[in-house]
Ligand binder design. Structure first.
Ligand SMILES: [Zn+2]
Length: 306
């Protein structure tokens, strides 16, 4: 803090005031984030408050099972109404991305079972980012399945500090930007897209459907965290640029609203094309979060002007 310029310090402190309640830290979110600034992307308006409400929903939404469903190829949704968890099925066992809150692990297990798969076949557990609404349940998943838990190096300190009920956070393999994870012929690549957390991980893979191969992106959160230092601002700006370079036909996210899951799910079974194949909206979430980040900074800078 001592070495920060006055403006940077103001940005940091105001950033905390403006964005802290919107950070998905799992902390009590009883102070709603502000309803300004307002940004408009593709005809929809957003405020920090509306983005938080969209992502998290009600406490019931965070824990209630959403109908588990196939997304594309060997990729399935097994999360709650507002916290994503994805199952990737292979002939040599399955990969789970995100355990969410520990209290949701039995719900995720039920969704896996409802789809006709065995929870004990989860061999690898991956994570989106080290916040407890996405990875608090890792220890319980490992305890229940014996899965190998893999985490991006930059998120390891935050994960190690996450100890529900005093349980150590399991980490069996530490990953670095660009490394891949392979099981039963499916490969996922871990891309470091920091900013929201230091090790926020965007996962990419491919899926087959109807004789075609599709690029699938499991986007990491791109929302500015509570404390935006100049280093984190640089990370976010790099991440906003990087995610736009990824080949993408199917965008998924750590919160279903980031890819309009509910609307797309409602179209399943209507006989039309797979609604999750939506390349036109692959960068919409990045556009929303980048626009909000810039608007918050602009608001702070104009407030700081003498
Ligand atoms: Zn988060």
């Amino acid at each position: 803090m001592k070495t920060m310029s006055k403006l940077k310090l103001i940005t940091c402190l105001l950033g905390a005031a403006v964005l802290a309640p919107g950070a998905s830290t799992g902390l009590p979110q009883n102070v709603p984030p502000p309803d300004h600034p307002v940004v408009t992307v593709k005809g929809q308006t957003y405020t920090p408050r509306s983005i938080l409400a969209r992502n998290m929903g009600t406490p019931e939404d965070q824990t209630a099972q959403f109908p588990p469903h196939k997304i594309i190829g060997n990729i399935y949704y097994v999360g709650t109404r507002t916290l994503s968890s994805f199952l990737i099925v292979t002939a040599q066992g399955n990969i789970l991305i995100d355990s969410t809150y520990e209290r949701n692990v039995r719900t995720i297990e039920k969704s896996v079972t409802d789809l006709g798969f065995k929870f004990s076949d989860v061999k690898i557990l991956l994570g989106n980012h080290a916040h407890d609404d996405h990875q608090e349940g890792d220890a319980l998943v490992k305890q229940s399945t014996g899965a190998q838990v893999m985490a991006m190096a930059e998120d390891v300190p935050a994960l190690q500090a996450m100890k529900p009920g005093g349980k150590e956070h399991p980490i069996d393999r530490i990953l670095h930007d660009g490394e891949s994870v392979t099981l039963g012929g499916t490969t996922l690549v871990a891309h470091l897209t920091p900013g929201h957390t230091r090790g926020c991980t965007t996962w990419t893979t491919t899926a087959q459907e109807g004789g075609r191969t599709y690029n699938v992106v499991f986007g990491c959160s791109l929302r500015a965290p509570a404390m935006v230092t100049s280093a984190i601002a640089e990370e976010l700006n790099r991440s906003y640029r990087f995610v736009r370079t990824l080949p993408c036909d199917v965008l998924l996210g750590d919160h279903p609203a980031q890819y309009n899951m509910q609307e797309k799910h409602a179209k399943l079974g209507s006989g039309g094309p797979n609604p999750f194949i939506d390349p036109a909206n692959c960068t919409t979430e990045a556009e929303i979060q980048e626009a909000m980040f810039k608007a918050v900074l602009a608001e702070q800078q104009s407030a700081a002007r003498p």
